[in-house]
Design a protein around this ligand. Sequence first.
Ligand SMILES: Nc1ncnc2c1ncn2[C@@H]1O[C@H](COP(=O)(O)OP(=O)(O)OP(=O)(O)O)[C@@H](O)[C@H]1O
Ligand SMILES: [Mg+2]
Length: 161
Amino acid sequence: MTGKWTVTTRSAEETRALGATLGSLLQGGDVILLSGHLGAGKTTLTQGIAEGMGVRAYTKSPSFVLVNEYRQGRIPLYHMDFYRIEDPNEAWDLGIEDYLRGPGVLVAEWAERALSAFPPDCLRVSLAWVSEGERTLAFTAEGPRSADVLKHLREAWGRGG
Ligand SMILES: Nc1ncnc2c1ncn2[C@@H]1O[C@H](COP(=O)(O)OP(=O)(O)OP(=O)(O)O)[C@@H](O)[C@H]1O
Ligand SMILES: [Mg+2]
């Protein structure tokens, strides 16, 4: 089972709110892969996901360290950024397998640079700039678990976030 859903947000706050709704639905082992140009809103969405998982610390892009771990929430959040990766194999060097086996949720920016490292059942989000304050977020569920998450996200968002 797969699924697709595209939504347009009209401010960074709205993207954060969508992320928070998504974050509240996530369980250990879930993998969210984010793609989109610089400034598309990947980190903004991740800040919302963190908030929805109960992480209070400020979530910034981990561009220089590749991975930030947040353990203050309901379950751990591993926030990765592959912008600086030169070879997909670096994802393995990072110990990505251990993160995938761990109890937390993995969110990866610039995930398309390390796609081979992720399990098949992921929720992909492709973010695109529309105008100064608008972004489209195209969700694709790649397997049964991510399809279930996406279904619940659509329902929750349809009721007003
Ligand atoms: N609807 C919107 N959704 C998300 N961000 C928005 C929106 N409208 C404006 N913005 C602004 O766009 C910028 C998005 O930056 P953000 O760091 O989230 O992008 P990014 O995709 O993580 O970029 P990078 O690849 O550099 O890490 C922020 O300055 C945010 O305030
Ligand atoms: Mg970012």
